[in-house]
Every structure is written in structure tokens, then in C-alpha cells.
Design a binder for this molecule. Structure first.
Ligand code: PLP
Length: 338
């Protein structure tokens, strides 16, 4: 095992053969710098057309809520299934006046809406609800039309410094220098440097970029560098590698339940496992050079009566890794058995 496993991307050499972006053709999408900016754009648009109540999943990251904070949304939280898919009856029970209601519907960790959930959301849309699908974790899935609006923050699953796409609406955005270029700088440093000073500089730049992404929510255009990277990305290879890595890892992990195992044609973003103490597991894996994110810390906006899952750890399974890497990770995970 010669390299480390982790979720922060370095700049990569891309393919020269142009393949079509799988989630939808780019020409139909608005390109912003971040998912937060995409959400702010949609929040403003929906508010100006009369929406007032937001139904959000009870498990989510703070950056999915903050963009709505500038307006006076009434926010309610619906349940998710143990596998983090949508619980339609919980959503239904919270809809009072459909014509002022927006449902934020994520496809967590790459699991696409199942046909029944998709039909239920289409039904809500026909009754007047607005739907925002969050495709951040399912950007590599097969193309399908959004039910209403959809967006995907790209840098969570792809080697790009910035970028989010929004489907289902139109807007003209101005370019800014923004945090995206700083994140690209961090990725360049990661790609260049094996020496500790360069890696440290990369970490500092990445942290500064993350902090800036969190607060720079005025919608602005995706960087040209990301536009170019999307045009030359080896999509088929990336999709194949994710599916295979997830399968190998899920097969080899024997000590912790897998939350989002292989699921038909879906393309997982991570392999998520359930552990009673994910923080300790995260630390023990980091000691072996395996860096796994915990999605997510509890957002401070969440009302205290809402239970928040604290038993999940996400393992990177992307195209940078192969089956041997996954076996190495599985052995390490199994060795940390509680
Ligand atoms: C599922 C999901 N949606 C949206 C966002 C917001 O995206 P961004 O960080 O690009 O603002 C995140 C960020 O972590 C996310 O994980």
C-alpha cells in the first residue's frame, strides 16, 4: 500500500476523448461556484413565487440550511429511513398548504429515488409543492429529468475545485474570483508536492477555500477551470471504478453494517458504514493513512427535539483507488472491530 486514502482531491490529468456528462447535458444547467450558491439562487426564486415553508431531511449538513437563512423560511424536518432514503409518509404528514411548500429531497450517497418515492414527489409537485432534488452525491448516475428543480455540488464527488449545477431554472450569473480558484490552488499543490511543506500549504489553502465557500453565498458563475475539467472528464471510467470499489469493499467488510451497499444501477459516492463510535474509528483509520469523513456534524439550526444520527462513517471509494486499495481498507476497518 503506497498511497493514502482520503476524500480531498488533487488536480488530475484528464481524458482527451470527450464523453457526455451523465447527470444531464450541461447546456440545460446553470453553473454556480458552490452548492450553497445554488441553494441560495433557488431559495430566492421560490420565495419570490410565494413559497414559504421548507421541508428538509432531519439528517443534513449545515451548508444545506444556511443559504435559506437570509429569508424567513419556516423550516420543518422530515424523517429518513435507516438507509438514509426519503420517508414519504413523514414528508406527507408535514405538508399543510402544498402551494407554499418546498421539499428538499437529497439522493444521499448515490442512492437514487426509488420509483415509489419518485412517484410520490411527482404527485406532490402536481398538487402545488415545489421540489428541490439534491444530486450532490448522485451526479454520476444515469441522466433523468428533475421532477422540478435539481442541483449538485460537484467538488464533493469530482476532482474539481468548485462548481455546482442547477437544473430546472434559468439565470445569468457573473464570474467572480471566489473560493473556487483557491481550492484549485490547493489541489495543484497536492498534485505537485510530496514534501511536508507543500502538503501543509495545500491543507492551508483548502481550509481557507472551505471557509470562504461557507460564507460566499451570493450566486456567481463556476470557474472556467471547472468548466474545462467537466468537458474532459473520463466519466465512464469514474463510474465503473466507483461501482467496483464499492462492491469489493462491501463484500470484504465483515465487522460493521454497510448502510448504502450496492443498489442496482446507482453509483455510490462513498461506502457508508454504521459504527457506535465513528469518531474513534475515524481516528484509528487515520493512523493507518485512511482518511474518512463523518457526514456530518449536527447543524446548529436543527431543533433540539430532532434526533441526529451520530453512527455513520463514509469511506472514499472513488476512481483514484482500485480493488487492492479497497481490500487494504477493509482489512483495516475489520481490524478496528469494536
Ligand atoms: C449533500 C450536500 N448537498 C449540498 C451541499 C452544499 O454544497 P457546497 O459545499 O458546495 O456549498 C453539501 C455540502 O457538503 C452536501 O453534502
Amino acid at each position: 500500500m503506497s498511497r493514502r486514502i482520503g476524500s480531498v482531491f488533487a488536480t488530475e490529468a484528464m481524458s482527451s476523448s470527450v464523453e457526455k456528462y451523465p447527470a444531464a447535458t450541461r447546456s440545460h444547467a446553470i453553473a454556480t461556484q458552490s452548492g450553497g450558491q445554488a441553494l441560495r439562487l433557488m431559495s430566492r426564486r421560490l420565495w419570490s413565487s410565494g413559497s414559504r415553508r421548507l421541508l428538509a431531511p432531519e439528517y443534513l449538513c449545515e451548508s444545506m440550511l444556511v443559504p435559506f437563512g437570509e429569508l424567513d423560511w419556516e423550516v420543518a424536518f422530515y424523517h429518513l429511513s435507516p438507509r438514509l432514503t426519503l420517508d414519504v409518509s413523514s414528508i406527507d404528514s408535514l405538508v399543510r398548504e402544498p402551494e407554499v411548500t418546498v421539499v428538499l429531497a437529497p439522493e444521499y450517497f448515490g442512492s437514487r429515488l426509488n420509483p415509489l418515492t419518485h412517484a410520490a414527489l411527482c404527485h406532490l409537485r402536481r398538487n402545488g409543492c415545489r421540489i428541490i432534488e439534491d444530486w450532490t452525491h448522485s451526479v454520476l448516475a444515469n441522466e433523468r429529468e428533475p421532477i422540478d428543480l435539481a442541483f449538485a455540488s460537484l467538488r464533493k464527488t469530482l476532482p474539481v475545485g468548485d462548481g455546482s449545477l442547477v437544473w430546472g431554472m434559468h439565470a445569468q450569473l457573473e464570474p467572480t474570483s471566489g473560493p473556487g480558484l483557491l481550492m484549485w490552488e490547493a489541489m495543484d499543490l497536492l498534485a505537485l508536492g510530496c514534501d511536508p511543506a507543500t502538503l501543509d500549504a495545500a491543507r492551508v489553502a483548502a481550509r481557507a477555500a472551505e471557509d470562504a465557500f461557507f460564507v460566499e453565498l451570493e450566486p456567481a458563475r463556476m470557474s472556467d477551470r471547472t468548466e474545462f475539467a467537466l468537458a474532459v472528464m473520463p466519466w465512464a471510467f469514474m463510474i465503473g471504478a466507483r461501482r467496483k470499489n464499492a462492491r469489493v469493499l462491501a463484500d470484504e467488510i465483515s465487522s460493521f453494517p454497510v448502510v448504502n451497499g450496492e443498489n442496482g444501477p446507482d453509483v455510490p459516492s462513498h461506502l457508508v458504514i454504521q459504527a457506535s463510535d465513528p469518531v474513534t474509528l475515524q481516528r484509528r483509520l487515520a493512523e493507518r493513512g485512511i482518511f474518512c469523513p463523518i457526514h456530518w456534524p449536527r447543524p446548529p439550526q436543527l431543533p433540539v427535539h430532532i434526533e441526529f444520527r451520530k453512527d455513520l462513517l463514509s469511506i472514499p471509494i472513488d476512481h483514484r483507488y482500485n480493488a487492492d486499495d479497497m481490500r487494504f481498507v477493509a482489512n483495516a476497518v475489520n481490524a478496528c472491530h469494536e
